[in-house]
Design a protein around this ligand. Structure first.
Ligand code: GLN
Length: 197
C-alpha cells in the first residue's frame, strides 16, 4: 500500500514514521505527480493558512480537491482537519480549504499555544481503551452536517473527531503520542478502497 503524506509544511515526518511502522510505503507529496501515485493521503498538523498558500503555490490545491472528489481516502490531523472541512468559520483572509467533510471548523478554538492540553477520549470505533489526545492550538468541529459522523467528543460535548466515507479527521495529534489506532483505522479504509477501486 502506498500512502502519501502532504509534505508542504507541518509534522509530516511524524506521520510518515507511524505509517512506515505500520507497514505502508510512504511517499512525501509535494507535487501533483506524487499525489497521483498514492492509494491514500495524510494531511499533517501545522498551520492551515500556510498549508493552503503552499498548496496553491505548488499547484496542488485543485488536484487535491479532485482526488477527494474521486474518492481518495484522506486523514487530516489538526491543520489537516481544517483543510478537509467544507467550511472554516474563522479562516485567515482569503483562506481556502480542500473540503470534503460536511463540517464547519473553528480554528484555535481552545486559545493560544500556552492553552494547549492533553486529555483521554473515548473513541468507540477504536475499541474500549481511551485515546490519549494532545491538542495544540487545535480546531474544534463546530457543526457536524448530515453527511458526516462524529467519532469523538470532549466531556463538554464538543466534537473533535469525524468521519465521512473515506475521509477521517481529528483535532488532535495521534502521530506524536505513540497512538497508532487512528492510522491503522485509516489504513483499513485505504486497503478497502484499493480493493473496491
Ligand atoms: N492552529 C493551526 C491552524 O489553524 C492548527 C494547529 C495544529 O495543526 N496543531 O491551522
Amino acid at each position: 500500500m502506498t500512502v502519501g503524506v502532504l509534505a508542504l509544511q507541518g509534522d509530516f515526518r511524524e506521520h510518515a514514521q507511524v505509517l512506515r511502522t505500520l507497514g505502508a510505503d510512504v511517499v512525501l507529496v509535494r507535487r501533483p505527480e506524487e499525489l497521483a501515485r498514492v492509494d491514500g493521503l495524510v494531511i499533517p498538523g501545522g498551520e492551515s493558512s500556510v498549508m493552503d498558500k503552499l498548496a496553491r503555490a505548488f499547484g496542488l490545491a485543485d488536484p487535491l480537491r479532485a482526488a477527494v472528489r474521486a474518492g481518495l481516502p484522506v486523514y487530516g490531523t489538526c491543520a489537516g482537519l481544517i483543510m478537509l472541512a467544507d467550511t472554516v468559520v474563522d479562516g485567515i483572509r482569503g483562506q481556502e480549504s480542500i473540503g470534503g467533510l460536511d463540517i464547519s471548523v473553528r480554528r484555535n478554538a481552545f486559545g493560544s499555544q500556552t492553552q494547549s492540553f492533553e486529555t483521554d477520549l473515548d473513541v468507540p470505533v477504536l475499541g474500549e481503551a481511551p485515546v490519549h489526545a494532545v491538542f495544540i492550538r487545535a480546531p474544534v468541529v463546530d457543526t457536524v452536517g448530515p453527511q458526516a459522523t462524529a467519532l469523538a467528543r470532549l466531556a463538554d460535548g464538543r466534537c473533535v473527531a469525524v468521519e465521512q466515507g473515506r475521509l477521517l479527521g481529528t483535532s488532535f495529534h495521534p502521530e506524536i503520542t505513540g497512538e497508532h489506532r487512528f492510522h491503522e483505522y485509516f489504513l483499513s479504509t485505504v486497503a478497502a478502497a484499493r480493493f473496491l477501486g
